[in-house]
Design a protein around this ligand. Structure first.
Ligand code: ZN
Length: 216
């Protein structure tokens, strides 16, 4: 004999205000057919809503940070690298988990939401990427740095030339962030190796900006 799933709901026959245990006889059309175990009354109801808990979320974006909250089911497991959408005063933002705080000064890579006190995250819709540019003539150690703002899904590929405003450079290497998954190494430097900007900590490139001018 199959064991019926049980849910706690009010029974309009014997207990309209306090939940009683009901057996789920069947489900269909978004409704459950239920039998009250207290009085035997059979009725159809919408399934009870999943309980949620509210948790603090700190979002860092380009050196600044803001705080918001998220509603989530307490039983769900989350881990560093996962992304979700939060509602902030300004906009909906896609964020990636960088740390899960479960107690003061205690951060873990994976936890049940019930145990999480604060989600530490960073915005991934638009990101800032550090670019280290080496001169194309290989001259000395005159590197310079760029702080580039790009969409999070912008792809950088080793061997390809990028143009951003007045800046022009050819990618020679990519350093991958610790919270990014699916890459064979943390440093990519083979031709056609590629990564999206939200996964990239630093781009190494050859500066083509001055070449464009000297060519004239
Ligand atoms: Zn009842």
């Amino acid at each position: 004999m199959s064991q019926h799933e049980r849910v706690a709901l009010a029974c309009d026959s014997c207990s309209p205000d306090e939940p009683t245990v009901h057996e789920v006889l069947s489900s269909g059309g978004g409704l459950l057919t239920l039998r009250c175990t207290a009085c035997g009354h059979v009725h159809k109801e919408a399934p009870p809503e999943e309980p949620t808990v509210e948790r603090k979320v700190v979002v860092s974006q380009g050196g600044e940070s803001l705080t918001t909250t998220v509603e989530a089911p307490p039983d769900e497991t989350v881990q560093v690298g996962e992304e979700f959408v939060v509602d902030t005063e300004e906009a909906l933002m896609a964020v990636r988990i960088t740390d899960l705080e479960t107690a003061p000064e205690h951060r873990v890579d994976q936890a049940t939401i019930a145990d999480v006190t604060t989600f530490w995250t960073r915005a991934v819709d638009n990101v800032r990427v550090n670019v280290t540019l080496h001169p194309s003539d290989g001259g000395g150690d005159e590197t310079r740095s760029l702080d580039l703002g790009v969409p999070g899904d912008h792809a950088f590929t080793v061997g390809e030339t990028e143009e951003h405003g007045d800046e022009r450079f050819t990618v020679t290497g990519l350093v991958i962030r610790d919270d990014a998954e699916g890459y064979p190494d943390r440093t990519l430097d083979r031709r056609r190796d590629s990564a999206v900007a939200k996964d990239v900590k630093r781009v190494y490139a050859v500066d083509q900006t001055t070449d464009a001018w000297s060519a004239w």
